[in-house]
Design a binder for this molecule. Structure first.
Ligand SMILES: Cc1cc2nc3c(=O)[nH]c(=O)nc-3n(C[C@H](O)[C@H](O)[C@H](O)COP(=O)(O)OP(=O)(O)OC[C@H]3O[C@@H](n4cnc5c(N)ncnc54)[C@H](O)[C@@H]3O)c2cc1C
Length: 379
């Protein structure tokens, strides 16, 4: 049986971040990825780093600290390749959406988060894609940004590999077993690795993987549906994006309307996202491609600059969504060497969580920031 100091399961933004943080501390690490690194939710994410609509306060703080961690990273050239702190403009198109922005800005500003109300004209100065004639007013969140997750995962794993980490693709893990004070990681092909510590960062597959080892961490699963009204049933964990062709008029900021979001990409395109309410069809249904026309139509209603911009690609992902909506980070009671790390807001939180988790694993130092997010809350 092979041995490893730390085994990380999952090569998304969280697994790659922890691998890099541990390798930088000279800890021998093996990362096992079922498919290829960066092919899970981290490949189909809107990638907006923010702390909006995060409740309760401990979760808001965690996300606000996550955003601050990106700003620290962006002080260096490598971090600037990942985090694009372009700010976010949210547009109100009617009295109801304007009142909603009033409430959001008042709440966030009271918590010390950078948020302000601006006029439609000021919004158009921040991004000329905005037509002041089609916006009632707006809000401005200058500290927010978007993350180039593909590049970040590739860089993190390159750095980890250069520091001695072993990165193994196409290695699905089947289950975990106790083995004295250690944890045995059993791969689907029967290979076994004995580890001092294991980090399970398997994203949306977390609940199923842990259930095979009799550990309960409930997630909203891919097939879970809820009715939002007659004829409107949503797959809660399934979310879709549309990527446009390259833009002639560049998108400078992240933009939100009452029913969609847009953000720039590193290749001069725009990513269009929905209202976050889940998908109307399962991920395997051809109907997912209807997302492209739906989102570009929404964009054209508010932004005339998108009138002749085609959609090039639709991406559909499964959100890693813990059942109570909050991050799960901590050792399990059943296997004391097994650490679970799963969260929505994984883009916002990745660098911050990587440092906190590495500290808990290596220095045996409990992070007070994570006290409210332990897996033991699920019993
Ligand atoms: C449409 C959409 C929009 C989103 N928008 C945002 C946003 O704006 N801001 C934000 O912060 N977050 C957003 N999220 C959430 C965010 O993308 C995720 O929280 C984040 O990518 C999770 O990273 P991860 O590493 O935990 O998971 P993943 O990227 O899914 O990585 C998990 C990896 O584990 C691997 N794996 C699974 N099972 C096994 C196994 N048995 N053995 C080995 N490997 C395994 C998978 O193959 C996968 O590569 C969005 C998600 C979606 C789908």
């Amino acid at each position: 049986m092979k041995r490893s100091r730390v085994v990380i399961v999952g090569g998304g933004l969280l697994g790659a971040g922890v691998a890099n943080a541990l390798a930088a501390r000279s800890v021998p690490v093996t990362l096992l990825e079922a498919a290829t690194p960066g092919s899970g939710a981290s490949a189909s994410t809107f990638a907006w780093a923010n702390a909006q609509k995060k409740k309760p306060d401990a979760y808001f703080r965690l996300n606000a600290d996550g955003l601050a961690a990106y700003h620290r990273l962006a002080e260096h050239a490598a971090g600037r390749r990942w985090f694009h702190g372009v700010g976010n403009v949210e547009i109100a198109t009617d009295a109801a959406s304007s009142a909603a922005l009033d409430a959001v800005v008042a709440d966030l500003a009271a918590r010390g988060y950078r948020a302000e109300r601006i006029t439609a004209r000021q919004a158009a100065e921040l991004d000329p894609v905005i037509d002041p004639g089609r916006a009632l007013d707006a809000a401005w969140f200058p500290a927010e940004g978007w993350v180039d997750t593909e590049r970040m995962i590739a860089d993190l794993l390159d750095q980890a590999g250069a520091a001695g980490a072993e990165i193994r693709a196409h290695c699905p893990v089947a289950r975990f077993e106790p083995s004295g004070a250690r944890t045995k990681v059993v791969l689907a092909d029967g290979e076994e690795i004995l580890a001092d510590q294991v980090v399970c960062a398997a994203g949306a597959a977390t609940q199923r993987l842990l259930a095979a080892s009799s550990i309960t961490v409930p997630l909203i699963e891919e097939g879970d549906r809820r009715s939002r009204g007659p004829g409107d049933e949503r797959y809660l964990a399934v979310g879709g994006l549309a990527d446009t062709a390259a833009l002639r008029v560049p998108l400078r900021r992240i933009l939100h309307t009452p029913d969609m979001g847009l953000r720039p990409t590193a290749t001069g395109r725009a990513v269009l996202g929905g209202d976050g309410a889940g998908s109307r069809v399962p991920r395997s249904d051809q109907g997912v491609f209807g997302l492209g026309p739906m989102l570009i139509d929404r964009a054209r209603k508010v932004f005339p600059a998108f009138a002749d911009v085609p959609v090039e690609r639709v991406r559909v992902g499964v959100r890693p969504l813990p059942a109570d909506g909050l991050t799960v980070a901590g050792f399990t009671e059943r296997l004391p060497g097994l650490y679970v790390l799963v969260t929505h807001s994984g883009v916002t939180l990745a660098p911050h969580l990587a440092e906190l988790v590495a500290g808990e694993l290596v220095d045996d130092r409990e992070a007070p920031e994570l006290a409210a997010f332990r897996p033991a809350r699920f019993g």
